[in-house]
Design a protein around this ligand. Structure first.
Ligand code: SF4
Length: 414
């Protein structure tokens, strides 16, 4: 496996190490130097070896660049982050689950691999894999390893129920995710098991959590606050602090992907947060989603834009599901880019474009829709850098911190 990944990001480039939140930021001249070395028989540049030794304690001096450094090609769009719901299944049965009545679905092995290549080709550097519950997916390990091989930095969003399992634990310690975000549903067995409707779930979760902590995985916690567990809010906070883990709290629960609202009574009214709906033009700001029709429609109502692919499709030739008009730097398309052969004129106003796009997508929705959700988020920084500078970064999230208001920022399931 390559030691570091070098990827263009906005007007600069980042050097990343799989499993680490740290980064090195460099300008275009340095990127070109690495690219040349990796394409031929050059060695890792000394300045990179020095910086990598400082950041990650790895030895790259005099090593061949090829094989040690994976150079990512710039994507055609300014999108750097994606979230992939790898399946629609879970081993818990939470009352507030946005999946509603669960039916385990997901792409097959080759479908997953093709999807990952499409995401990579769209320019995605950071890929969050979630579900359902990703770690129960029989194709998870293959997809996870393939995503690494393609040069993406993986974050996992999980309920942590399988961390205690030796096989899962072995995979994650061999190829650590850069971040493992675990949902927490209570601070006692009684409450946690009641929320997840699985006896023994709390004990398995805490066992896996401690194993992951001991292995040094980079973990943060999502504390899910509900009517049923709100009385343990302070204990959950104290637990996270005691473990030395960062945490965020979520109390706003979504309707189900089927558009039904049986999840909403589980909310704790006094913990709900108010936010201002995003009303701006989403182009280049909010994510583009592709996925299960009802959820995509629901998401569309919140983001104003979405795209889709057929599960049996995902052709490699259609490198990206993103219509070119949404790429900020592209000139507006004269013809509708929503699907090949569409005779529709491409409206001038972005509002009408979104409407046109959605109409086509809804018309095509049918049984062949993919059973996964993909959300691709724009790059939120485009700072031009000094071509010679080598900047060490402790937490790469600070590079994309300038989050514009968007949909679902307060929802852990988005
Ligand atoms: S809320 Fe999360 S952990 Fe609970 S059943 Fe749904 S997917 Fe599983």
């Amino acid at each position: 496996m390559h030691a570091v990944i070098v990827a263009p990001l906005g007007g600069t480039s980042v050097i990343l190490r799989p499993g680490s939140p740290k980064a090195i930021k460099v300008g275009g001249a340095r990127f070109a130097e690495i690219q040349t070395a990796a394409a031929g028989d050059g060695t890792v540049p000394d300045w990179l070896a020095d910086a990598a030794a400082t950041q990650w304690g790895i030895a790259l001096h005099d090593r061949p660049a090829a094989g040690n450094v994976l150079v990512r090609a710039p994507g055609p769009y300014r999108f750097s982050r994606a979230t992939w719901e790898i399946n629609l299944g879970c081993d818990y049965d939470c009352e507030m689950c946005y999946l509603g009545k669960k039916r385990f679905e997901g792409l097959d092995r080759e479908g997953k691999r093709r999807l990952l290549r499409i995401i990579r080709d769209a320019g995605v550097i950071w890929l969050q894999i979630t579900g359902g519950e990703p770690l129960i997916d029989p194709g998870f390990s293959d997809a996870y390893e393939h995503a690494h091989e393609l040069g993406m930095v993986i974050e996992l969003l999980s309920n942590g129920s399988r961390l205690h399992n030796e096989r899962v634990f072995g995979l994650l310690t061999e190829r650590p995710p850069s971040k493992l975000t675990l949902s927490v549903y209570g601070a006692s067995a009684e409450t946690y098991d009641a929320v997840t409707r699985r006896r023994g779930a709390f004990n398995r979760f805490t066992e896996g959590l401690h194993k992951a902590l001991d292995a040094g995985l980079n973990i943060d916690l999502s504390l899910i606050l509900l009517r049923r567990n709100a009385h343990e809010q302070e204990v959950m906070r104290a637990w996270a602090n005691e473990l030395g883990l960062p945490y965020r709290e979520y109390a706003n629960i979504s309707p189900t992907i089927h558009g039904t609202d049986e999840t909403l009574p589980s909310q704790s009214p006094e913990h709900l947060t108010q936010r201002t709906p995003f009303r701006g033009c989403p182009a280049g700001h909010t994510p583009i989603r592709s996925g299960v029709p009802p959820f995509a429609r629901w998401a569309a109502s919140r983001t104003s834009t979405w795209s889709r692919k057929e599960s049996k499709g995902w052709p490699d030739s259609a490198v990206s599901p993103i219509p070119s008009c949404f790429a900020p730097e592209d000139a507006p398309a004269a013809r509708c880019p929503a699907r090949a052969g569409c005779a529709g004129r491409w409206p001038r106003s972005s509002r009408r474009r979104r409407h046109h796009w959605r109409t086509i997508a809804n018309t095509e929705a049918g049984d062949v829709m993919t059973a996964v959700m993909v959300e691709i988020s724009p790059t939120r920084t485009a700072v031009k850098e000094d071509a010679e500078a080598v900047v060490l970064i402790e937490d790469v999230d600070t590079l994309t911190d300038e989050s514009l208001p968007g949909c679902g920022d307060d929802n852990p399931y988005n």
